[in-house]
Design a protein around this ligand. Structure first.
Ligand code: NAP
Length: 256
């Protein structure tokens, strides 16, 4: 990899793949990476026209951008997506597993289908995408995997056992992976944001949101722009000594 003199930045010359990039935190990370000089392979469930605002914003920053419609929980679709992204860009240096879903119900009312789907997207998806895209990284001696977990995976929360289980598992997955690959130049870390204003937060019930707001030390929900710098740092050489960590732009919801 050599930096692109026409697009200087902390990620100049890098290729990043971001899942769940059509909305919310993923869209913000895509834009933040493009602003730092990265080219992008963006992945989401929606068709390309629905992702157009994110693609256009990144292209407006000079990035070479490809879009790949895929369900991260579908092994065949993930393999096809990874092959297409690698064909287009030559390689993927930075992987951000951001796609995630959220539903709400008490454990005793939770449909098994909700449990299965949340685990399938949030955890199985992280495994499937990482497995296929990390494979060539050690041979190049450089790679980054950034898994978007959640502070709820650290402290739990009512009506979200499936989500908390999936995100706690993503944190454990990240630590285990980091131990496997760090000596080969591939650094895996997690980000566990607190409540951030996105469509996912809008899916929470008003009562749940009010209770969370009341207990948050900072007294407000976060903006996407307050989570993005952590991802940029971890993806860049500024993150060269972070291994298996869980970083928390969370408004104080978790203090370690
Ligand atoms: P968001 O705005 O809903 O964005 C998530 C994106 O992922 C959406 O575009 C969604 O597409 C996509 N997606 C869902 N299932 C997918 C699948 N199977 N394959 C590919 N893409 C899929 O939510 P967000 O708040 O930005 O969340 C991003 C990540 O941050 C998630 O992992 C979430 O758990 C985590 N997080 C969010 C918060 C928060 O408060 N917002 C806090 C902590 C952690 P559709 O819209 O079509 O479903």
């Amino acid at each position: 990899m050599s930096p692109d003199p026409k697009r200087p930045g902390r990620l100049s010359g890098r290729v990043a793949l971001v899942t769940g990039a059509a909305s919310g935190i993923g869209a913000g990370i895509a834009q933040g990476f493009a602003a730092e000089g990265a080219d992008l392979a963006l992945v989401d469930l929606v068709d390309e026209s629905a992702a157009a605002p994110v693609l256009d914003a990144a292209r407006g920053l000079g990035a070479r951008v490809s879009y790949h419609r895929a369900d991260v929980s579908d092994e065949k679709a993930v393999r096809a997506m990874a092959a297409a992204a690698t064909d287009t860009h030559g390689r993927v240096d930075v992987l951000v597993n951001n796609a995630g879903i959220f539903t709400q119900s008490l454990l005793e009312d939770m449909p098994v289908a909700d449990w299965d789907r949340v685990l399938a997207v949030n955890l199985r998806g992280t495994f499937l995408v990482t497995r296929v895209l990390i494979e060539p990284m050690p041979a190049r001696g450089w790679g980054r995997v950034i898994n978007i977990a959640s502070q709820l995976g650290q402290i739990g929360g009512t009506e979200v056992v499936h989500y908390c289980a999936s995100k706690g598992a993503v944190i454990a997955f990240t630590k285990a992976l980091a131990r496997e690959v760090a000596r080969r130049g591939v650094l895996a870390n997690a980000i566990a944001p607190g409540p951030i204003q996105t469509p996912l937060l809008d899916a929470e019930t008003p009562a749940w949101r009010a209770a969370k707001l009341a207990e948050l030390p900072i007294g407000r929900f976060g903006e996407v722009s307050e989570a993005v710098p952590t991802a940029v740092m971890l993806a860049s050489d500024d993150g060269s000594y972070y291994v298996g960590q869980t970083l928390g732009p969370n408004g104080g919801d978790v203090m370690l």
